[in-house]
Design a protein around this ligand. Structure first.
Ligand code: AMP
Length: 444
């Protein structure tokens, strides 16, 4: 199969040739004809699958072939992204694909002055890439009208919900024309995403290019158990031992990023960090330097690293496991892209066992553990498996208590199973009632 057989027009084929894309990826092979035929789309495609071209190429073609010229302060297609970095990256790809087409493209996001964006929108743009908050600001200030909108793309929709944009999405939904084409891309499909899709999409075609919620199998993944306080030391040890050249490292918090960068720089290692507290220009500069291999180790929080696309990134290290299991898939999606192989190493301490278990359940695999000599943890990381169970050592059967015995009473003490042990063997445990909102109560 070629891009020509998918029905793409010559200016797009020429752009793809320049970029060296020879064969459509599976998501492109499925999405391009469906979008060209005007269908709504619900696509389970993780980052690295070529999803951007999957929606951008047919979108550019439709905008070139159909519809009126863009009006002032209007957009004909809107691509919503969770973060500034992803917006920038998607825009860069769209602009490359559109290089031989008479279409205008632009990206807007927060963290930078709104005025130049308002000026730029005056003439209207064919394709606008935006983060939700800034889009709403521009709309409310009358810098943008959406009545000419033909197509809406929700890129990394799961991430938008994770970042708390559901209210913004509901607001944007009210701003959109009823008649439009909508394409939703998400790495994972939670119930909330399905709910969103139910509202936003009209008879969508579902495409799924890798088994749902399963991380790319081109990435070799393993876990090194270690005590929390020894993680920095282990990282440096592994880095030297493995002669790591270019590594993207994920830490849980902004402070965690700063602390690790300080430690590495203190050892003379060429490291930099990106997180949400840093100005956009500083973040972009760090990314650019990392991409240009001027920085060896880039330490990032999940939000800051979203959308980062680096060709052939060989290694991702989870210095901390992510709190949200889906983020693990996004993180390791930074390596093993477009068919390359990559490695993802997670440094895991005993505190993180529940996160490890959630990741294994989501990705339906038990991650291999490799103990590093001299770093064996004092606090053992309990065994886990893909069933989502933290495997605990079998408990010794309890001896029945005799009443009146002189020993201490077991009064409401936490025991291994996570249940509160009854104070006396004769008292039945209270049945736990799940606290769900079961809808409006019936009036009596
Ligand atoms: P994405 O999943 O959209 O972030 O794309 C991942 C990477 O694959 C990007 O660097 C794209 O430029 C590249 N890519 C996308 N489609 C193709 C293709 N058909 N052939 C080669 N590379 C591609």
């Amino acid at each position: 199969m070629t891009f020509a057989t998918l029905g793409l027009i010559e200016p797009l084929l020429r752009a793809l040739e320049t970029l060296g894309y020879q064969t459509p990826t599976p998501v492109q092979a499925q999405a391009i004809p469906a979008v060209l035929a005007g269908r709504d789309l619900m696509a389970a495609a993780q980052t690295g699958t070529g999803k951007t071209a999957g929606f951008a190429l047919p979108l550019l073609q439709l905008l070139t072939m159909e519809g009126p010229k863009v009006a002032a302060n209007s957009a004909r297609a809107l691509i919503l992204c969770p973060t500034r970095e992803l917006a920038e990256q998607v825009h860069a790809s769209v602009a490359e694909y559109a290089q031989h087409l008479p279409l205008t493209t632009y990206a807007v996001y927060g963290g930078v002055s709104i005025n130049p964006q308002m000026m730029k929108l005056r003439k209207g743009v064919d394709i606008l890439v935006a983060t939700p908050g800034r889009l709403i600001d521009l709309f409310r200030q009358n810098a943008l009208k959406l009545n000419q909108l033909q197509t809406l793309v929700l890129d990394e929709a799961d991430r938008m919900l994770d970042l708390g944009f559901s209210e913004e999405l509901a607001n944007i939904y009210r701003m959109l024309p009823k008649k439009r084409q909508t394409l939703l891309f998400s790495a994972t499909f939670s119930d909330d995403i399905r709910l969103l899709a139910g509202q936003m999409l009209n008879d969508p075609l579902s495409i799924e290019v890798s088994p749902r919620n399963v991380a790319a199998n081109t990435v070799k993944q393993w876990v090194v158990p270690v005590d929390k306080k020894r993680k920095p030391e282990l990282f440096v040890h592994l880095m030297r031992k493995g002669r790591w050249k270019q590594v993207l490292v994920f830490a849980k918090t902004r402070n965690g990023v700063d602390a690790l960068v300080d430690k590495l720089q203190g050892l003379g290692i060429n490291a930099d960090g990106i997180h949400g507290d840093k100005p956009q220009a500083t973040r972009q500069r760090a990314l650019d330097r990392f991409k240009a291999s001027e920085v060896q180790i880039l330490v990032a929080t999940d939000v800051a690293a979203r959308g980062l696309d680096i060709e052939d990134l060989p290694l991702v290290v989870n210095f901390d496991l992510p709190i949200v299991a889906e983020d693990y898939i996004h993180r390791i999606g930074r390596t093993g892209r477009a068919g390359n192989t990559g490695e993802a190493i997670s440094l895991v301490c005993a505190d993180e066992v529940n996160m490890l278990s959630a990741i294994e359940m989501l990705t339906r695999q038990t991650l291999t553990r490799k103990m590093e000599a001299d770093f064996e943890p004092e606090h053992r990381v309990p065994d886990t498996d893909a069933s989502g169970q933290v495997v605990k050592k079998p408990k010794k059967p309890k001896k029945p208590k005799t009443s009146g015995g002189g020993g201490k009473r077991n009064l409401g003490k936490w025991v291994d199973s996570g249940e509160v042990a009854p104070a006396e063997p004769s008292i039945k445990p209270v049945r736990k009632v799940p606290v769900f909102n079961t809808g409006p109560r019936k009036k009596k």
